[in-house]
Design a protein around this ligand. Structure first.
Ligand code: SAM
Ligand code: SF4
Length: 328
């Protein structure tokens, strides 16, 4: 099969796979202060189960896989999973989203295993503030991880920053300036009302237009026409080496370009980040479902994929599964 289309003529060729809900940080916008009750180990998909799902999905037209978490590098032997997925026929692009804490240790190993690209979440360069946002992290460790990733050839380096008013919005310009001299992608992600029940408020949320106007203090931005850029919109300063991206989950619906499905660590397919609809793959898997049955469930999850979300109606916010359980 060459491609999967949903009911709204979107081609679905991308699957984000959360391989663990556990994390070595506790970011204030992602998890409540007292953490999230971990999913029991026996409920977490094994690597063999994930590999089987990817093989079936690749046979149906999925071409891109992103491994995420919780913190994916914190799950043992992730290199084995990367190498196995990379060897599945049809998978053209394999990437990973990480907080970077273990990157210095693993960058070369995962690049050698076939990982194509990496996104690193970093919300402040200031040690004190980084510690506060992540509830205990050390920014120096992450910066060393970024250097290791560049050396290992995991380029372009993509840095994801979530600007939060009163926490780190005074660093937006500094982050954007990185792209003037390095070929990095710096992406600003709107703070979403997921997981962070204890700190979310309308006041702390900064819409993309406002983030973009702060970035434009540096100079005018020209749109970059990126092929299949997914939910991010990319721009470049004149003569800059890198690009600035904006992921506007709330203000500018990115739903029209949505090409993805999400698989949670406990084996649920989520057709939409903001919808609680989930299709259980794990139970049929563990009771001996055939590949055809799994294919049917994958198709079903595409059939129920909504046209868009209504989260911009922020008077009716619901806090869904914490982000650490969905994978972003
Ligand atoms: N632990 C890895 C990391 O931090 O990159 C991967 C999982 S994390 C859940 C994936 C992405 O979700 C990160 O870039 C993080 O910044 C983002 N994220 C988590 N909670 C968020 C929220 N409430 N609003 C916006 N982005 C969020
Ligand atoms: Fe962990 Fe990533 Fe969530 Fe931070 S954003 S707590 S690093 S899963």
């Amino acid at each position: 099969m060459t491609g999967l289309r949903d009911n709204f003529q979107r081609t679905i060729d991308y699957m984000r796979i959360s391989i663990t809900d556990r994390c070595n940080l506790r970011c204030i916008y992602c998890m409540p202060a007292d953490g999230v009750k971990p999913i029991e180990y026996k409920e977490i998909l094994s690597y063999e189960e994930i590999i089987r799902i990817v093989r079936i999905a690749a046979g149906m037209g999925v071409r891109k896989i992103r491994i995420t978490g919780g913190e994916p590098l914190a799950r043992k032997n992730v290199t084995y999973l990367i190498a196995s997925i990379k060897n599945i026929g049809g998978i053209e692009d394999l990437s990973l989203t990480t907080n970077g804490v273990l990157l210095e240790k693993y960058a070369k190993e995962i690049a050698d295993a076939g990982l194509n690209r990496i996104n690193i979440s970093l919300d402040s360069f200031r040690p004190e503030r980084y510690r506060e946002i992540t509830r205990g992290g050390d920014v120096e460790v992450v910066l060393r991880g970024i250097v290791a990733a560049e050396r290992a050839g995991l380029i372009p380096i993509k840095i994801n920053m979530v600007p939060i008013r009163g926490f780190n919005d005074d660093e937006i310009e500094e982050f954007a300036r990185i792209t003037l001299t390095t070929p990095s992608h710096v992406r600003f992600i709107e703070f979403m009302p997921i997981g962070a029940k204890d700190i979310w408020s309308n006041e702390k949320y900064i819409p993309t237009d406002e983030i973009k106007s702060i970035v434009e203090r540096i100079g005018p931005l020209t749109p970059v026409r990126a092929r299949k850029s997914g939910p991010a919109r990319y721009f470049r300063f004149g003569g800059a080496a890198g690009v600035v991206g904006f992921v506007s989950a709330i203000t500018h619906h990115f739903c029209g370009d949505c090409n993805r499905l999400r698989l949670t660590a406990d084996g649920k397919l989520r057709p939409c980040l903001f919808s609680e609809t989930e299709i259980d793959l794990k139970s049929p898997f563990r009771s001996g479902a055939s590949d055809e049955e799994i294919e049917r469930l994958l198709k079903l999850s595409i059939d129920v994929k909504p046209e868009g979300h209504n989260i911009s109606n922020r008077t009716d916010l619901k806090f869904l599964r914490p982000m650490s359980r969905i994978g972003g």
